[in-house]
Write a protein that binds this ligand. Structure first.
Ligand code: TC6
Length: 725
């Protein structure tokens, strides 16, 4: 009695599996309600898969049950396969077979969706004969973000149900869609008015029974044909955006397979593609990033600690950074009092905020009413510090000079209410020294935003020696409110990100002086997956910034350090990068993408001549190895010193603040993939040429000696759920 195509298909799941009780079975009249229960998100673990098989069999044999409804317990329907299990060899019953079993059922099975049905969760729903959602439910196939493709029929059933265009929109992007859009696309058969998924499922079941609605199996549907060009175009567009990440392109290829073969062959091909990606470094990196994201705020020092009240903030300084911070806070519902020196500066700050907010309205991120509220009510401008007497938190974003900052904090100490959090946005100065000028160092913290602060995701929460735990918790809370990725950092020159940046930039300069060109280095890093190379970034940021830093540090420079002069010579000529139309690249007529500036090569040749350096011809691989070794070595020192609590904190800092490709998982994850032994032996080889720069991190040596990895350190910290069994 099974559908024609399904009759021919082997039901590959052993039907002797017994339920372990994670999927309950309850008869409500003539409807069997199966509830998937695996907190917190009902991931499809082995036990759940086994239970589903057992419950489907029970339903088939239950003469009292005419229809089955599958629902999820708690906040969501099912959030997908259990990502933690991907590290282990796949164990039967495999999800595609479980879902085939659901679809092969001879009586109707309905998925009643609330919260989200994601990945394998939506695939389970696609294996059901009908799908009903409650309002607010979302469905999606986000596997692409984990470096894999939907591997339980999603790439074969979704195009048959919703068409190739919809599948091409949803699967390579991984973006979920709401219930109404899902209904419009034919993915949901109905969006119920019932608030509760069980009620929605029961109501739908009743209509199926009453109307005798025939079973509808996605595998048996035929999607309208499309021109093969659609896939070629999609592949080209997706590959361009993916910048080296494979899964988006494979998603398109898997959907294309659906247009070319039978369902059974398509499923076999999908499985092959899925398994290949599941065993790839890209999947490991993206799964690491998934869990690292969730581990960032899990810190023993703030566990169970409530943040302080956070409704209004003060911002000192209305330059690009201060105005950006104010914009981000205002856009997320906080009240902001912005302090500037005089009315003219306040006017400029207001104009910058208005431009930022206007941009957000144009992009649809903010409504016109919200914009209105910001300028009518939420934003206050003042030249008087006394206006900050009632704010809950102040972020100082003035000129990067320790004496100027100290003066600001003395004033804040005098005017702010008791319990207010006093934060500095410094990117490298000593937060302990700033805290020490106040009578309340426990309330002082670093909140290092990245420019433009209303757009960039990263926020370093810099914990000074005396910072109180609830102040740290408040820093993280501000990050959450402003939708930032907050990373805990300790105090040192440059904290996590800028300190590591300074080291790999120095390595790049050495590579360049020793014989490569800035353009080669940029190309290698672009190929690696960074959105821009370090020299194009320098042009964008302004070469004068690095010049000023070098001058500032000149008196304390260690004479053993190799010092390169080419960048100073460029600045002496007034080449500050994009803003002067010339830097490492030449920017014609205000263009944002430049062409290599050949004069830079002459400056480099001169420097080599002066220093009697014989230009080496480094291969792309050698350039990459050096650059990454410098990054990893400094990162290891940052972890060793406790500036970053765990390797994963470094990884997320580099991903969210410095353009490190997420699909490589950050420098520590990358180092684990390459092998720490290889990285260490490279460092030791480079040290033979420059022993001062290439001093191996002790942590790296220890890990190599004990045969451990950075991932092991993450696991030992106990806070990375990826490592949990
Ligand atoms: C797939 O389905 C492939 C199928 C083919 C197979 C052949 N597995 O995000 P939250 C944990 S691939 C294991 O903080 P929210 C998470 O780590 C999967 N664990 O909550 C955290 O644990 P912790 C495709 C998971 O309310 C806890 O649950 N699906 C999984 O902000 C809470 O998570 C996806 O990619 C999982 N699948 O957001 C969806 N999901 O407390 C991934 C979550 O120990 N999930 N955890 O740190 C999400 O997008 C979100 O979790 C959410 C809930 C929207 C479901």
């Amino acid at each position: 009695r099974r559908g024609s195509a399904l009759c021919l298909r082997e039901f590959r799941v052993s039907s002797s599996i017994k339920s372990s009780g994670q999927v309950s079975y309850e008869l409500r009249g003539d409807v069997a309600v199966m509830t998937v229960s695996n907190a917190p998100v009902n991931a499809l673990s082995l036990a759940i898969r086994q239970d589903l098989v057992a419950r489907i069999k029970q339903f088939e044999e239950d003469e009292a049950a005419k229809v089955a409804v599958i629902v999820g317990e708690g906040k969501v329907f099912i959030a997908g396969a259990d990502i933690r299990e991907f590290k282990r060899p796949a164990t039967e019953p495999h999800l595609p077979d479980v879902i085939d079993g659901i679809e092969a059922c001879t009586k109707p099975v309905i998925a009643a969706i609330h919260g989200v049905a994601l990945g394998g969760g939506l695939e389970v729903a696609l294996g059901c004969h009908f799908r009903v959602g409650v309002k607010g439910a979302k469905v999606g196939l986000p596997e692409v973000h984990l470096g894999i493709i939907p591997g339980a029929g999603g790439t074969q059933r979704l195009p048959r149900l919703a068409g190739y265009e919809k599948a091409l929109e949803m699967i390579p992007s991984g973006a979920p869609i709401g219930a109404d859009a899902a209904k419009a696309a034919g993915i949901l058969d109905d969006v119920s008015d019932e608030a509760d998924a069980v009620a929605a499922g029961l109501a739908f079941a009743r209509s199926v029974i009453d109307n005798g609605t025939p079973l509808r199996r996605c595998s048996e549907l035929v999607a309208p044909a499309v021109d093969a060009q659609v896939f070629a175009d999609a592949k080209a567009a997706v590959a361009k955006r993916a910048r080296g990440q494979k899964s988006p392109v494979v998603c398109v290829e898997a959907i294309e397979v659906a247009s070319q073969t039978s369902f059974a062959d398509g499923m076999a091909k999908e499985r092959e593609m899925f398994m290949e990606l599941k065993n790839s470094a890209q999947h490991r990196a993206l799964a690491h990033a998934f869990f690292a994201d969730r581990a960032l705020g899990k810190l023993p020092e703030i566990e169970g600690i409530a943040p302080r009240t956070l409704k209004s903030i003060g911002v000192i300084g209305g330059g690009t950074m201060g105005a950006g911070i104010a914009t981000g806070a205002l856009m997320n519902g906080l009240s902001v009092t912005l302090i500037e020196r005089d009315d003219e500066a306040l006017g400029r700050a207001k104009a910058t905020i208005a431009k930022n907010v206007g941009g957000a309205v144009k992009k649809g991120k903010l409504s016109a009413e919200q914009e209105q509220r910001i300028f009518d009510k939420a934003l206050s401008l003042s030249t008087d510090y006394a206006s900050l007497s009632e704010v809950d938190l102040v972020v100082e974003a003035v000129f990067e000079d320790i004496d100027v900052k100290k003066q600001v904090f003395e004033k804040l100490d005098a005017v702010c209410k008791e319990g207010a959090v006093l934060a500095t946005n410094t990117s490298y100065l000593d937060v302990n020294a700033i805290a020490a000028v106040t009578k309340r160092p426990q309330d002082v913290i670093g909140l290092h935003f990245f420019s433009p602060a209303h757009i960039m995701k990263l926020l370093e929460v810099v914990v000074a020696d005396k910072t109180a735990p609830d102040v740290i918790a408040t820093g993280f809370q501000l990050g959450k409110i402003m939708r930032k990725i907050a990373v805990r950092a300790g105090v040192c020159d440059g904290f996590i990100g800028n300190r590591i940046l300074a080291t790999y930039r120095a390595a790049a300069d050495a590579i360049v002086v020793d014989g490569s060109t800035p353009f080669e280095v940029d190309d290698v890093m672009l190929e690696f997956g960074f959105p821009m190379g370090p020299y194009a970034v320098a042009d964008l940021a302004g070469l004068d910034i690095g010049w000023a830093t070098r001058k500032r540090k000149a008196p304390t420079r260690d004479p053993r350090e190799r010092y390169f002069t080419f960048a100073d010579r460029m600045c002496e000529q007034g080449w500050f990068g994009q803003k002067t139309s010339k830097g490492y690249y030449v920017y014609e007529d205000g263009a944002r993408k430049g062409t290599p500036n050949p004069a830079v090569l002459d400056i480099l040749t001169e420097e080599r001549k002066e220093k009697q350096i014989n230009a080496q011809n480094l291969s792309k691989e050698q350039i990459l190895d050096r650059y990454m070794a410098a990054m990893v070595n400094e990162a290891a020192k940052v972890v060793e010193e406790g500036i970053a609590l765990r390797p994963l904190d470094v990884d997320m800092t580099l991903i969210y603040g410095y353009g490190f490709p997420r699909w490589r998982g950050g420098p520590m994850q990358y180092a684990d993939e390459i092998g720490l032994e290889k990285i260490l032996s490279n460092i030791k080889a480079y040290a033979e040429e420059d022993g001062y720069f290439w001093q191996p991190a002790k942590l790296l040596e220890e890990l190599v000696a004990s045969g451990r990895s950075f991932a092991d350190l993450n696991a030992e910290s106990g806070n990375n759920s990826a490592a949990k069994k």
